[in-house]
Ligand binder design. Structure first.
Ligand code: NAP
Ligand code: GLV
Length: 306
């Protein structure tokens, strides 16, 4: 069995020996133009050339949760695409989002600034009930984040395409319920896949529906957020701040108004990283299952785009 690895991030030195150790019966190699035909491709942001050349693939494994970069390419017909299914990401995402929500709610940035300037002062505790958190997307990551926030006793709302029932979460489903979901939320967390239906979803009209003093946390994709609309609503005071991990262009270009903005906290697309050993174990297990003719989790529905 031949397995090809390719990542636009150029981290093959560790992945190829790891995959090889997990798949001793296979020959694992780095994809290069003109490579021999393989059975499986393990990829992150591959080129169209790889997909065009590899006409005999039995499946394509994406080494991330989001497949937006992959599905915009012309994919070989009938070849299953398999995304990472948690593989250690959901706990990282829960840490990140809980940290951002709690930092905002408890005003820790203000305390840090006060203490740094030698000022000993208290802020009035704010009722938790005034900070309902709405999560766009209740999939592998959104559900874990919702459960973690509920553990801290925040009121939690969740929005998905299909109807869900989660303990401690007020669930909304479908486009018709988006306005009600937003109106019930003050902190908005985006954990949607990027598809034609979700691009630009955090725009002026939708963000204006959040409760006054709203706060935005984007940990999905930069193109979910209309940058100028966020900036306008921060200026007008309808939104009080944002924590952003993902951007339309990454790295965030020098001179972008998000850099140094007093109401925006930035991180460099690091909220939930692909963990190599967990991911290799998951992918190797799925290759073995496919070889036995068994179904695997994490199959991408190419019609939906996620
Ligand atoms: P997932 O399991 O596929 O969940 C996606 C959720 O979004 C599902 O609940 C789905 O609803 C909902 N959804 C999709 N389209 C919708 C629509 N049009 N209207 C309403 N709900 C919709 O994905 P995941 O594993 O949780 O990952 C989510 C995204 O996080 C990824 O696609 C990726 O872009 C991003 N991500 C970012 C990082 C980072 O480091 N910043 C790391 C990993 C992932 P249904 O349940 O009804 O299908
Ligand atoms: C990271 O952004 C991922 O989609 O896994």
């Amino acid at each position: 069995m031949q397995v090809l690895y390719y990542s636009a991030d150029g981290d093959s030195a560790a992945w190829i020996p790891g995959l090889q150790a997990a798949l001793p019966q296979a020959q694992v190699s780095l994809w290069e133009p003109g490579a021999a035909q393989a059975d499986y491709a393990v990829v992150w942001k591959p080129s169209q050339q790889l997909l065009d050349e590899q006409s005999g693939l039995k499946a394509i494994f994406n080494t991330g949760a989001g497949v937006d970069a992959l599905v915009q390419l012309k994919l070989p017909a009938g070849v299953p695409v398999v995304r990472l299914d948690d593989a250690g990401m959901s706990v990282q995402m829960a840490e990140y989002v809980c940290h951002a929500v709690i930092r905002h709610y408890r005003e820790f940035a203000g305390y840090e600034a006060d203490m740094a300037s030698g000022k000993w002062s208290f802020r009035k505790p704010r009722p938790r009930a005034d900070f309902p958190v709405g999560i766009l997307g209740l999939g592998v990551l959104g559900e874990r984040v919702a459960r973690a926030l509920a553990h801290f006793e925040f009121p939690v709302n969740g929005w998905s395409r299909s109807a869900k029932a989660l303990d401690g979460v007020q669930c909304f489903a479908g486009a018709n319920s988006l306005d009600a979901f937003l109106a019930a939320s003050r902190v908005l967390v985006c954990l949607l896949p990027l598809t034609p239906d979700t691009r630009d979803i955090m725009n002026q009209a939708h963000l204006s529906r959040l409760r006054p003093g709203g706060y935005v946390i984007n940990v999905a994709r930069g193109a979910h957020l209309v940058d100028e609309d966020l900036l306008g609503l921060l200026d007008s005071g309808h939104l009080s701040g944002a924590t952003l991990d993902v951007f339309r262009t990454e790295p965030l270009p020098a001179g972008h108004p998000f850099w140094g903005h007093p109401k925006i906290t930035l991180t460099p697309h690091t909220s939930a990283r692909t963990l190599r050993s967990e991911s290799i174990a998951q992918i190797a297990g799925k290759i073995a299952a496919l070889e036995r003719g068994e179904p695997v989790a994490g199959l991408v529905d190419l019609q939906r785009g996620y």
